[in-house]
Every structure is written in C-alpha cells, then in structure tokens.
Design a protein around this ligand. Structure first.
Ligand code: TYM
Length: 343
C-alpha cells in the first residue's frame, strides 16, 4: 500500500500590513488600504500593523504604540471592518517572529543580497544598519505564510518581497518534503494606484520618508493642504497628453493622471478623454476637488477614531486573538515538519 500524499489545500486568505513608521499617505491608501477594504468582503482577511518591521530603523518607544493606533485609525477610516477582517499588531502575535527564525534558516544569503529595498534603505552605511533591516523580507514571508495566505494586496514596490516569499515557501515545502504545505502567494498589485509617485519628482515614489512634505498627500492633511500640494505639484508647461503613449514620456503628468484615475475609478484613457489637450490650469483644480472630496472624509473619520483610543485597543485585542487562532496551528505543524522535539 502506498501512502497517498497529504493534501494541504486550504481556504483562500488575504493578508497585508503597513509599517507604523510615519504618516500614511495617498500612495499607501491607493496602493494598499483601498484594496484591503474591498477584499475583506471576498475572502478571510488579516490586516496588521507591521510594528516589528518598523523597529528595523529607530522608533521612539514612547511614540510607537500611538503610531500603531494611527495606522488602525486609517484602516477603519478606509472601511475595514473588525468583524470581517482580523486587525492586529504584528508584535502581539508571536508566531510571526518564531516562524521568521525558521525561515531565516531556509532563505539564502544570496537571495537577500538581491533585495533592492535593503540597498535603498541602508544607503551608504550598510554596516551601520540593523541586522533586522537585512532580514526584513524574511519576516515579511513569515507574516504571510503563518496564515497560509494566498493573496497579498500591496503596492508595486513590494513585488520583490513577494517573490522572495514564494521562494521561501517553495524551498521549505521541498526541503521538508511537504508539497503544497505553504501556498505560493499571489501579489495583488493591479490598478492605477499601484505606484503613486512623489508630487515633486515623477521618478521617485511617494514615500513616508521623503523630507519634503509637499511630495505627498498625508491621510491627515486638511482640504487646504491637499489642494495646495496639488497646485504646487511639479508639471511641465505642455497641455495634457491626448494618448497614453505620449504620457509615458512625462512622468509627472502621468502620475497626476494616474492619481485622478485611481481616485475616480476611471481608467487613465477615460481621464485623458476628458482632459487631454487641456492645460494644467484646468486639470489641477479638477484633481484638487476630487482629491479633497475623497481624502477629506477619510481624514475626518481618522480623527474621529483617534479620539477614541479605547475603541482602537479593543479592535487590536480582538484581532490578535482571531489571528492567533489561525497562526498557532500553522506554526505547530511547521515545527513538526522541521522535526523539533515535542513532548
Ligand atoms: P509600507 O508600510 O512601506 O507600505 C504599506 C503599503 O503601501 C504601499 N505603498 C504604495 N503603493 C503605491 N504607491 C506608493 N507610493 C506606495 N508607497 C507604499 C506598499 O506597497 C504597501 O502595500 N513591507 C511592507 C509591510 C509589510 C507587509 C508584510 C506587506 C510587512 N509584512 C506582509 C504585505 C505582507 C511595507 O513596508 O509597507
């Protein structure tokens, strides 16, 4: 009699997270939060605050918990529902860190050496970076696979980390002779908001760490700030392109059209059909009105949630318990496969 291979097929699950390392901006909202809110209605969903990842660079201890609450306020303001999605802090589900250690022993140095985000973040002084910054993508793989997540909504900048996650899953399954134990998760990066660029430089992504506040629209910016940042956004003197092909050579214009498309739910072609050939004197005020009408209420709702930290803490406590219920058995099975002693 031959042993039938064990089937590890499980439910489809969505997982993603955001670091609590600075103010959230329009790129985070369009690249990630909007998708979280949509997917919670389609699949079992886990959305966390990546506080373990945040401390790979220095965070003030007295601010870290409130930074975590601020991300949760953004999640709730974007429409995440704690009864539909588990919303929790990464550090309160210890299975993430434990699986990350096992994965540190699966991932190869050569794989991590290729990670462009580490190169960008460590800059000139690699030797002064934390070891955590280097193994950051391994923890990210653990975040995903400790829930056997199958779908990961992220912006385009996370694609390389998702490829590494798939490599780790495949190597683990192979090394421990457990085909299909970890799924190979799919990044969900579609849509015009997948890569929102800086308002000051169309070749740099909109980022929490850009020193210029005018480079990004923060979720907590008021209407005046949003409109003023769009008015000041870098552009060129030409009227807006009529075709997508022409737009490709104009990164700043392309970015603003992409933002308009993402905020309105139109395609970039549809935006050009309306605004192509018109000057920025017409397009920018229309974009500012749209951005204020969509982002203004998000900021207001966030402020409302931030006024009630007790409510946020209750969401985080419930989410951690829900998350642990799924993560603990996966970690247990993983440890069994690795062959650790157990009583
Ligand atoms: P973080 O905190 O840098 O960003 C959170 C999410 O926002 C997306 N994003 C953008 N999308 C479009 N345009 C932009 N300019 C832009 N900037 C940021 C990011 O792609 C991300 O989806 N490593 C992750 C956090 C993380 C994670 C995970 C994500 C930790 N573990 C597991 C998914 C699964 C990060 O630093 O995201």
């Amino acid at each position: 009699m031959t042993d039938a291979p064990i089937s590890y097929a499980g439910p489809e699950r969505v997982l993603s997270g955001v670091q609590c390392s600075g103010a959230l901006h329009l790129g985070n909202y369009l690249g990630a939060l909007v998708k979280f809110a949509r997917l919670q209605h389609e699949k079992q969903t886990f959305i966390f605050v990546a506080d373990l990842h945040a401390i790979t660079v220095w965070q003030e201890p007295e601010k870290l918990a409130s930074q975590t609450r601020e991300i949760v306020a953004a999640y709730l303001a974007a429409g995440l529902d704690p009864m539909k999605a588990a919303i929790f802090a990464q550090s309160s589900v210890r299975e993430h860190a434990e699986l990350a250690w096992i994965f540190n022993c699966v991932a190869r140095l050569g794989w991590l050496d290729r990670m462009t985000q580490f190169k960008e973040k460590s800059g000139q002084h690699k030797e002064r970076s934390s070891v955590g910054l280097y193994t950051y993508p391994v923890l990210q793989a653990a975040d995903i696979l400790v829930y056997k997540a199958t779908h990961v909504p992220v912006g385009e900048d996370q694609k390389q980390h998702l490829e590494l996650t798939r490599d780790i899953a495949a190597k683990f399954n192979n090394d421990f002779k457990a085909p299909g134990f970890f799924p190979l998760p799919e990044p969900l990066t579609q849509g015009p908001g997948a890569r929102v660029m800086s308002l000051r430089d169309g070749s740099a992504k909109m980022s929490k760490s850009d020193p210029s506040d005018n480079s990004r629209i923060n979720l907590l910016d008021d209407a005046d700030a949003i409109a003023s940042k769009i008015r000041k956004a870098k552009t060129d003197p030409e009227p807006l392109s009529e075709t997508l092909e022409d737009l490709k050579t104009r990164p700043e214009a392309d970015n603003l059209v992409g933002i308009y498309a993402a905020l309105s739910g139109l395609s970039k072609e549809q935006v050009l059909a309306e605004f192509g050939g018109k000057g920025f004197g017409t397009f920018k005020p229309a974009l500012a009105d749209l951005a204020v009408s969509v982002m203004g209420p998000i900021g207001d709702r966030m402020r409302g949630f931030l006024d009630d930290p007790g409510e946020i803490d209750a969401v985080l406590a419930k989410g951690a318990a829900d998350a642990r219920n799924v993560a603990a058995p996966v970690l247990d099975e993983t440890k069994k496969l690795v062959g650790f002693w157990r009583a």
